[in-house]
Ligand binder design. Sequence first.
Ligand SMILES: C[S@@+](CC[C@H](N)C(=O)[O-])C[C@H]1O[C@@H](n2cnc3c(N)ncnc32)[C@H](O)[C@@H]1O
Length: 363
Amino acid sequence: MGNSGFHSEPYDDGTLTKLDIFELYAQEWIPVFTAKPNPLYPEVHIFDFFCGPGTDSKGNAGSPLRILRQLRNYLEKPVAGWNKVRIVVHLFDLSREKILQLSEILTAADWKIPGVTLDVRSLEFTEALKQCDPILTDRGAAKLLIIDQFGVDGVTAPVFRQLIGYPTADFIFFLSSSTLNRFRNHTAIKIKIDELEDSYDVHRAAFAWFKKLAPIASGVFLGQFSIKKRSNIYGLIFGSRNCKGILKFLRVAWEIDSIGGEANFDIERENLHPDTPTLPFEEMRPKKIQAFETQLREGIRSGVLKSESDLIRFCIEAGMTCKFCAPVIRQLKAEKIITCSFRTPNPDNYDIPRLITLNEPKT
Ligand SMILES: C[S@@+](CC[C@H](N)C(=O)[O-])C[C@H]1O[C@@H](n2cnc3c(N)ncnc32)[C@H](O)[C@@H]1O
């Protein structure tokens, strides 16, 4: 199917996984900025830069309705900070026709959410970035950017550098990673990924390419998720300058993929099925979890990982959430190899971390 027919067909399973991730992340993100009686920022902006018409051919909700649904659901509970924050949802798409269709849907009472201002316009992505630059670069505004492009052309290297430079902004973009492999020698393809031994790794290779553009000094944490649709592999890339932001993304990723937190298919070709296990799930020990535990244990024992924040960075780099540290910490304590006051690293302590002490071996 060509892209022109995208919204005149039902969303496929891969698209639904992508939309679920957008929605689950929005669900985690909204309370951070609206729940507290004294909100962190006076303004909150959610951008959906490639929003489409709102639904597929069967009326299933697309990204704009899913974002609004999360805001509406959240408002059903008493929310201390809601009225103290200006909340704006920007819904942009190049297609005038799709924006008209979306605007029509949004006239329904269901989508009039108290305290939420809508900015719905037909706007091309790079033009939207230009026009919204004052908001995107405003340190006093929290931002979530959803970039659901077709193909690979929207988020170029300069655009990616812009994204990682925006203060107080989390972003998720979609990428047709298989295209990068298929047309690798074409001059139009600027994202040049390494040769692959396994086509399943194509989004990992794309992620590695973007990661090289974000040196550690940039202070941005990145995450990824691979999505298979028929024989093609696509993916999401997430970025946040806040460790809590990336850990929320990773929680969503593990919620969708309990084997590796990374894909909607068997990316490690392990043939493990959490829903119909041949062994209890605890005993299946996916490769990724085993490798993480081994490296974590070695890192702590060698003294390289000395504090709570070292562990948090190690988890993020490995695409794991903090809870995966717990069995290793527990075992090292039981073996009297370390002393530390926590069971699982807590991202609230990232700036003032608790320490891990290596005990002297008994002679
Ligand atoms: C993958 S679809 C987005 C789907 C949408 N998020 C949903 O949930 O239904 C990509 C959208 O990008 C729009 N588009 C294509 N090129 C664009 C550009 N340069 N700037 C903004 N929108 C663009 C298309 O009209 C299309 O609706």
